[in-house]
Ligand binder design. Sequence first.
Ligand SMILES: NC(=O)c1ccc[n+]([C@@H]2O[C@H](COP(=O)([O-])OP(=O)(O)OC[C@H]3O[C@@H](n4cnc5c(N)ncnc54)[C@H](O)[C@@H]3O)[C@@H](O)[C@H]2O)c1
Length: 368
Amino acid sequence: MDQNKRDNHAKIAKAVYFITLPDRNTVVVQPTTKADPMTSAISTSSSAQAKGDMPVLILSEAEMKTCIDLRQLLDVLAGGFKALSGGKVVNPARPQLDIPQAGYSLAMSAWMAGMHLTVKIVNVFEGNVAKGIPSHLATIHLFDPQTGMPVCVMDGTYITAVRTSGSAVLSVRELARRDAKVATVVGAGVQAGQHLHLLPLVRDFTEIRVVSKEFADAQALAAQHPGVVAVADIEAAVRSSDVVCLATHSYAPVISAEWVRPGTHISSVGVAPPGGELPVELIGRASLFVETRDAFAPTPVGSCELAGIDPKAGIELGDMLLGRRPGRVSADQVTVYKAMGVAMEDMVAADLAYREAVRRGMGRVVAL
Ligand SMILES: NC(=O)c1ccc[n+]([C@@H]2O[C@H](COP(=O)([O-])OP(=O)(O)OC[C@H]3O[C@@H](n4cnc5c(N)ncnc54)[C@H](O)[C@@H]3O)[C@@H](O)[C@H]2O)c1
């Protein structure tokens, strides 16, 4: 990266952010000042920001993978959920564009004070998997919240995987029993793989299992994660687990509610309208946690498994983290976290990656 442009990005990052990381009782990111920090940073090199020579930092997937510390990710997500439930995040409903017989595209935008205006475009093309391409492909765009000028374009595919599984594993951190020892991940794709990276960070599990539709897939994934065991019998695995993480694209429930023993925490990130992987009967006997009340809206905003359920039945993760609503209150309570994905998660993950990339001088600057 050209040194002047690199310095400019570092200056912007320094001016905009004052980060308070892992204190779980405070919102993560606060603006440094009520004045216009971005503009004042830019004003030192206004000619470089003029249209025709607008420097934009480009970050590749490989760079993103080295820029996000997974423990920090869990903490910034926790802060983001608190900000979301505290009404501090602008997070409008996502529009969906359908391409018949091919896939769909979602535009997800979010902003809160201290952050860039963040927009993710995520394209979901299930047929990609057969072509050796991930089913979810995304880019994330950061814009100056004072002027709307583009600041950074980064790969969003990795963030989509890691912020989704990160939110699910945050729910494990906050809602699973403290003495949880056995976890089962259902599914052997992108999301399942990220769950396997994250789960060991939140509990001292004695056994982490992976089970999938095809046993060979579970075996292949387990082989990439030392200590993880591939199992074939999903019912036996769920019946003997303290934590069950569903991460499949199944249109129908992948487990039976009857298999879930008291005290278990279940998370579910699958999105497969018009159905879904989570058995609805389980919700009737569990405490239900969601990202926001939008989870009860029709798709593409909400979760199919929650259709027709009274939104009052759900507790926002952020309300629980803020201490406004209870989390786990007994050892035999079943807790469920159902995710549909919110733009706040992309925003805080992208912010973490951007600041780290600027700190390390990573990426390339192009003029738009
Ligand atoms: N909530 C969110 O924010 C969010 C974000 C990204 C992806 N997703 C969703 O998460 C799901 C998984 O995404 P991915 O990228 O890992 O997909 P993927 O295609 O890489 O993997 C899906 C896995 O599920 C397995 N599977 C399918 N049906 C199964 C069944 N009945 N029993 C056991 N395993 C089964 C498949 O064999 C595969 O291993 C998708 O529905 C995706 O749309 C959600």
